[in-house]
Design a protein around this ligand. Structure first.
Ligand code: C2E
Ligand code: CA
Ligand code: CA
Length: 583
């Protein structure tokens, strides 16, 4: 049985319509033809009924054929194959009709049954091929905008989704937030359990987050362990924080991987679309800044983006960049803080404390840049420079003030990052030999946290240093978690009691008792005891009376540039000693 083909014939010329209808009458196919005289009538029919093809006159009273085609292809109507009919034998018109979406073009003068039917059938075929092509393009687009592992929208799709969401938010005057979620320590899962376990984890995370994302919001995986939720139609900013809370807590149930139970946490940065027209990339950047802050503040939490936060992050970025140039530009200097023997208050050593002569910000103390130097790894180079420069300075002073030669020591601070550097021992040895210094006059100060952070690396390095007769000193004692076991393991020779305990002497009996107990503890282990942060006579007397060996602090002197230290303490002290020896 031959199926009926439904046609819509739009032509204002009745005679032309009759010619078409006649031409189709003598065919094996059965046609059901609806006739319209204007474009407007045609659109009405298309809105109501389904047609297999449209026969469209190029010249209509209300619109020309190209306009009609544009409306047809705009998506306002169900799409359908179109054969254009025209009286004008103009190839340019034919071409523009095909470009505008017609599948065929036929001159009215040439209309006959065979030609017309062939044109309709071909148009329908072309049309369905074009549709199939469009569908496969669409499929490819969807694929290219989705992440294969989790099935979530990928970075490319995210950009499309965010632009769409921002347009909607502006149009509807509703709020929008971007929540950027980054797993804490995902790298260690990958490193310790392998990449396929890492993949499994990401799939599970995606599954959990999907459960709490509202319909109308978008959930995307930007890559690695970074996920983004675009939260649409927000009434208040608090809704974004509630969502962030849920994102964090939905991850907290343990996840089993390779029969191990893991507890995964994440940090979330939130950026809310503001009054000013921010771009999509700005919004993501802001969420990133906030996420970074959440990490810095201890992870497993969320932070909102703010201008202040932006300034802080900008400052840090600038500092990192400038820190790279600081060493080649000779911007570091070493200040020295003198240390005095508790017995006779004579100068017995000094601590080298680095400063950065920043071209814009002036003299910076370590608190302003050491952590950045540690994060970037630059601390290794900076620390080596400090070591080298301090040894050079000590050697110079030993040469020029021979009477101090056997008493003067130099203490150099080492970061935990330096302890992990395999070349540290070589650097220390070469600095000592280059300036012909006996190892005993060099004290290397390490903090308790450095011992705990990287015990394995530190044990070997410190043992090698100790075997070369360098003095090892435990800095900021009392503020960390080192145990007697650590003191033995790391062959510590000196304990520096943190100024937190020294600077409150006399005002807090609890503290005073604790300080005395620490001194006793160090004495029992036969360690040299340095009290740091001595700020008054009373504190100095207390520390000396209870058995500290060395005193250091503002009471005696602040850290000084080498020339000032020399003028104030060395020249005087040498002369003083000489005169004492002469007596
Ligand atoms: P630190 O090793 O505990 O050094 C003592 C700090 O306390 C110095 O601060 C010093 O100026 C300050 N200080 C000394 N006496 C007093 C006092 O009586 N009262 C008070 N309130 N403070 C006093 P600075 O120079 O700012 O150094 C801070 C920290 O930076 C040092 O603490 C040390 O941990 C680190 N640092 C300094 N230079 C270097 C370096 O070359 N490498 C590494 N890795 N760290 C360094
Ligand atoms: Ca120190
Ligand atoms: Ca200290």
């Amino acid at each position: 049985m031959i199926a009926t083909m439904c046609l819509l014939l739009i032509d204002d010329d009745e005679l032309d319509r009759t010619v078409v209808i006649r031409a189709l009458e003598h065919s094996d196919l059965v046609f059901d033809i609806r006739q319209c005289a204007t474009a407007a009538e045609g659109f009405k029919c298309l809105a109501k009924e389904h047609f297999d093809a449209v026969l469209l006159d190029y010249r209509l009273p209300d619109q020309d054929g190209i306009e009609v085609l544009h409306t047809l292809r705009s998506g306002a109507f169900e799409n359908v194959a179109v054969v254009m009919l025209s009286r004008q034998d103009d190839p340019a018109i034919a071409e523009s009709c095909l470009e505008a979406g017609a599948q065929d073009f036929l001159l009215k003068d040439e209309v006959n049954g065979r030609r017309l039917i062939r044109a309709i059938c071909l148009a329908r075929q072309r049309y369905s091929m074009e549709e199939a092509l469009k569908a496969s393009h669409e499929k490819l687009r969807v694929l290219s905008e989705h992440d294969i592992l989790t099935g979530l929208i990928n970075r490319r799709g995210f950009e499309v989704a965010l632009n769409l969401s921002m347009d909607n938010a502006h149009r509807e005057q509703r709020g929008l937030a971007v929540l950027l979620l980054d797993l804490d320590d995902f790298k260690s899962v990958n490193d310790t359990l392998g990449h396929s376990a890492g993949d499994e984890l990401l799939i599970e995370i995606a599954r959990r987050i999907r459960l709490i994302v509202r319909s109308g919001d978008f959930l995307c995986r930007l890559g690695g362990d970074e996920f983004v939720v675009i939260a649409n139609r927000l009434e208040r900013d608090e809704q974004a924080s509630l969502l962030a809370d849920r994102l964090i807590s939905v991850l907290q149930d343990p996840i089993v991987l390779n029969s191990l139970e893991l507890v995964i946490t994440a940090s979330v940065g939130i950026a809310v679309l503001g009054e000013s027209t921010e771009s999509a990339s700005d919004l993501l950047k802001h969420a990133d800044v906030a996420m970074y802050r959440a990490k810095q503040d201890g992870r497993n939490q969320y932070r909102f983006y703010s201008e202040r936060l932006h300034a802080a992050v900008q400052h840090l970025t600038d500092l990192k960049r400038e820190l790279h140039r600081a060493l080649p530009n000779n911007e570091f200097v070493v200040y020295y803080q003198p240390q005095f023997s508790a017995v006779d208050e004579s100068l017995c050593g000094m601590e080298a404390l680095v400063r950065w002569r920043h071209p814009r910000m002036g003299l910076l103390t370590p608190g302003d840049f050491i952590s950045v130097a540690e994060d970037t790894g630059l601390i290794v180079e900076i620390g080596n420079w400090v070591l080298q420069e301090s040894c050079r300075q000590l050697s110079d002073w030993r040469g020029r003030f021979p009477l101090l030669k056997n008493t003067l020591t130099i203490a150099v601070n080492l970061s935990a990052v330096q302890l992990a550097d395999k070349k540290l021992v070589d650097h220390v040895e070469s600095a000592l030999s280059q300036y012909q210094l006996p190892p005993q006059c060099l004290e290397l100060e390490i903090t308790e946290s450095a011992l705990i952070d990287d015990q394995r690396g530190a044990v070997t390095t410190l043992a090698e240093l100790a075997s070369r007769d360098v003095t090892l000193s435990l800095d900021d004692f009392g503020t960390g978690y080192s145990s007697m076991h650590h003191l033995k393991l790391f062959q510590i020779d000196v304990l520096k009691i943190d100024r937190e305990f020294v600077s409150v002497v006399g005002s807090n009996t609890e503290n005073d008792r604790l300080l005395v107990a620490m001194i006793r503890f160090a004495q029992a282990l036969n360690l040299k005891i340095v009290a740091e942060g001595v700020e008054s006579r009373e504190q100095a007397d207390f520390c000396r009376h209870h058995g500290c060996t060395v005193l250091q602090g503002y009471y005696y002197s602040k850290p000084l540039p080498p020339d000032e230290l020399e003028a104030t303490f060395l020249t005087g002290s040498d002369a003083h000693r000489e005169s004492r020896l002469a007596c």
